[in-house]
Design a protein around this ligand. Structure first.
Ligand code: NDP
Ligand code: X2W
Length: 352
C-alpha cells in the first residue's frame, strides 16, 4: 500500500511509555503512516535519541504540540498524555475533523461529576465528553465502530472488567460481593521520574497503594454498573510489584446460584467471548501468568469456583502497556476503521 493511501496518524506524547509502544505498533501496521510525533520536554529531539533501539525503523523528530499542525497532517490522533491534558485538545481536534483516541482518563467517564470528584478538577467540555465512547472493544464494539472520540480504558480497569463482564451481564453474582486484588508492574506509572518507582525503592518488595481510594475504582464501577444494569460498588486494591510490565487482577465474587459448577461458568465465558480474539480463556485448573501476555495484546483469563465458599475467582493477566494501553487503543482503531481487530498487533509473547 503506498504512503498516500495509508491512514495518517499522529501520536501526542510519543516520548512516553504509551507513546513508544504506539510508535512501535503503528510503524509496523500495513495501513498506517505516522505523520506526526509530539512531545513536551522532548520536543526538538530525534525520536531515536530517546529510543535508539528503534533507529533502523523510525526517523522522525519529536515536535512541539500544535493542534493546527496535527490536524493538517493527521486524520487520527492518539493522545498519550498525563490525565487532564486531553480535555484541552480533543474538542479542537474533533472540530478540525480528526478522530481522537485518548489514553488518559479524561474521556472514560459518562458521569463527569464522578471524574471531577476523583480527579479533583472541574470540566468545561461536557458536550464533547458526552460523545465519547469507552474504548474496551470486547464490551463496546458497535459503539467504537462509529465514534470519533474514544476514551481508552486504564490498565487495571481493562484487566478487571474483562474478568467480570460475563458475570455481571448474566446476573450471576451478588453485586456487593466484588473484590479486586490487582498487581501491576512499574511501567504502569509511566516514564516520568517518580521517587517510589526508583529501583532501590520498589525492588524486592510488594506493596499495596491507593487502598479504598484509587481513581480506577469509580471507572470500574461505572462500567460494571452499565453491564449489570444496576449500581455496583466494589472493593479494588492495587499493588506495585517489582517487574517492568504486566498486571494480574484476581477478582472474587459470591455466586447468586450455589447450584452452578465450574464447567457452567466456563461455558458462559466461552459464549460471551466467542468473537473476541484477544481474550484467551484457559481450561479448568490452569491459571494465567503475566509473562504469557508480555508484549502482546492478549488477556488471559483463568476461572475457578470455590464450592466451599460459593465464590467464583477469576484471574486476569494482561500487559499493562499493550492490552492495558497502546495495544488496546490500536485494537479500537482497527475496529473504528473497519479493519480486522487483530491487525498489526503481536499475538504471542517471547516467554520463556
Ligand atoms: N503506563 C501505563 O501502563 C498506562 C498508562 N495509561 C495512561 O496513558 C497516559 C500516558 O501514560 P504513559 O505513557 O505511561 O506516560 P509517560 O509518563 O510515560 O509519558 C507522558 C507523555 O506525556 C508528555 N507530557 C508530559 N507532561 C506534558 C505536558 N504538560 N504537556 C504536554 N505533554 C506532556 C510527555 O512528553 P515529554 O517526555 O516530551 O515531556 C510524554 O510523552 C496517561 O494518561 C496514563 O495514565 C493508561 C493505561 C496504562
Ligand atoms: C503502577 C502504577 O502506578 N499504575 C498506575 C496506573 C496507570 C493507569 O492506567 O492509569 P490512568 O487511569 O491514569 O490512565 C497507577 O496506579 O496510577
Amino acid at each position: 500500500m503506498g504512503t498516500e493511501s495509508k491512514l495518517s496518524v499522529a501520536i501526542v506524547g510519543a516520548s512516553g511509555y504509551g507513546g513508544v509502544q504506539l510508535v512501535r505498533l503503528l510503524h509496523a501496521h500495513p495501513r498506517i503512516a505516522l505523520t506526526y510525533l509530539g512531545g513536551n520536554s522532548s520536543a526538538g529531539r530525534s525520536f531515536t535519541d530517546l529510543y535508539p533501539q528503534l533507529a533502523p525503523f523510525v526517523d522522525q523528530v519529536i515536535e512541539p504540540i500544535d493542534l493546527d499542525v496535527i490536524a493538517e497532517r493527521a486524520k487520527v490522533v492518539f493522545l498519550a498524555l498525563p490525565n487532564g491534558l486531553a480535555q484541552g485538545m480533543a474538542p479542537t481536534l474533533l472540530e478540525k475533523g480528526c478522530i481522537v483516541f485518548d489514553l488518559s482518563a479524561d474521556y472514560r467517564f459518562r458521569n463527569l461529576q464522578t471524574y471531577e470528584t476523583w480527579y479533583k478538577s472541574a470540566r468545561s467540555d461536557h458536550s464533547v465528553a458526552q460523545e465519547a465512547v469507552y474504548g474496551l472493544p470486547e464490551l463496546f464494539r458497535d459503539r467504537i465502530a462509529t465514534a470519533n472520540l474514544i476514551g481508552c480504558p486504564g490498565c487495571y480497569p481493562t484487566a478487571s472488567l474483562l474478568a467480570l463482564a460475563p458475570l455481571l451481564k448474566q446476573g450471576l453474582i451478588q453485586l456487593e460481593s466484588v473484590v479486586i486484588d490487582a498487581k501491576s508492574g512499574t511501567s504502569g506509572g509511566g516514564r516520568q521520574e517518580k521517587l517510589h518507582l526508583l529501583h532501590s525503592e520498589c525492588d524486592n518488595t510488594l506493596s499495596a497503594y491507593g487502598i479504598a481510594h484509587h481513581r480506577h475504582t469509580p471507572e470500574i464501577e461505572e462500567v460494571a454498573s452499565t453491564l449489570a444494569g444496576q449500581n455496583v460498588i466494589l472493593q479494588f486494591t492495587p499493588h506495585l510489584i517489582p517487574m517492568t510490565r504486566g498486571i494480574l487482577a484476581t477478582v472474587y465474587c459470591t455466586m447468586r446460584d450455589p447450584g452452578l459448577v465450574r464447567e457452567d461458568i466456563l461455558t458462559i465465558y466461552r459464549a460471551f467471548y466467542r468473537q473476541s480474539p484477544w481474550v484467551r480463556l484457559l481450561p479448568s485448573g490452569i491459571y494465567p501468568s503475566t509473562k504469557w501476555a508480555w508484549g502482546t495484546n492478549a488477556c488471559y483469563l483463568g476461572i475457578e469456583l470455590d464450592e466451599r465458599t460459593g465464590r467464583v475467582i477469576v484471574l486476569s493477566a494482561i500487559d499493562n502497556l499493550m492490552k492495558g494501553q497502546a495495544g488496546q487503543a490500536l485494537q479500537a482503531l482497527n475496529l473504528r476503521m473497519g479493519w480486522d481487530e487483530t491487525e498489526g498487533l503481536p499475538d504471542l509473547s517471547f516467554y520463556p
